[in-house]
Ligand binder design. Structure first.
Ligand code: GAR
Length: 217
């Protein structure tokens, strides 16, 4: 398929969401290609997977830079040099400057392991269990300057089960991340998303709202 959008995936570690994006983008009708996988850590396990799938990889360590802005400027340079049009954060454990986020406004998406706006930040599964919520899940959203904030594109609900542990819950949530993240990229690359007053509308869906992805309970 010609005219596919060039997407970069930014990782810091395992890269299982990146792998899900790569696998989805291998489909003939997928509207984006993964043109670059970039990690801020040379030891990110996901880099091997990307290289093995013939995807250009790049390591840009945050360590050699004077401050966040200098790192983000270099990162932006790499993305532009590679002709990137969409950026997918996939376990990229760096806080981005408002400058970078603004430059990629509505072209940068993230996946987060909770039903935002609940449980921003780290250890979401432990915190969900501690809070005693009945449902948990994951979110794909546009990136804004505040951490784990931004217009919501898709969410998947994962019910808490009796006797759940953070690990068991994390596993079930991750499985859903691998479903909704490729779907979110597909919608964005196909030009089906618009953001109005910080809410996402999906073209071709009744009411513009994404169908809720929830397993039967
Ligand atoms: C994923 O669970 C992702 O949702 C989370 O990091 C993990 C990365 O795993 N991201 C965040 O918490 C962002 N706030 P992966 O490297 O296997 O994709």
């Amino acid at each position: 398929m010609s005219g596919r959008k060039r997407a970069a995936v930014l990782i810091s570690g395992r890269g299982s969401n990146m792998a899900a994006l790569v696998q989805a983008a291998a489909g003939p009708d997928f509207p984006a290609e993964i043109a670059l996988v970039l990690s801020n850590r040379a030891d990110a396990a996901g880099l091997d997977f990307a290289a093995a799938h013939g995807i250009p990889t790049r390591v840009l360590s945050h360590k050699g830079f004077a401050d966040r802005l200098a790192f983000d400027a270099a990162l932006d340079g790499v993305l532009r040099e590679a002709g990137i049009e969409i950026v997918c954060l996939a376990g990229f454990m760096r806080l981005l400057t408002p400058w970078l986020v603004e430059r990629w406004r509505d072209r940068m998406i993230n996946v987060h392991p909770s039903l935002l706006p609940s449980f921003k930040g780290l250890n979401t599964h432990e915190r969900a269990l501690e809070a005693g919520v009945r449902v948990h899940g994951c979110t794909v959203h546009f990136v804004r300057a505040e951490m784990d904030e931004g217009p919501i594109i898709l969410q998947a609900v994962v019910p808490i089960e009796p006797g759940d542990t953070p690990d068991r819950l994390a596993h079930r949530v991750l499985t859903q991340e691998h479903v909704i993240y490729p779907k979110g990229l597909e919608l964005l690359a196909a030009g089906r998303l618009t953001v109005a007053q910080e809410r996402v509308e999906i073209a071709g869906v009744e009411g513009g709202l994404a169908p809720l992805i929830a397993p039967k309970v």
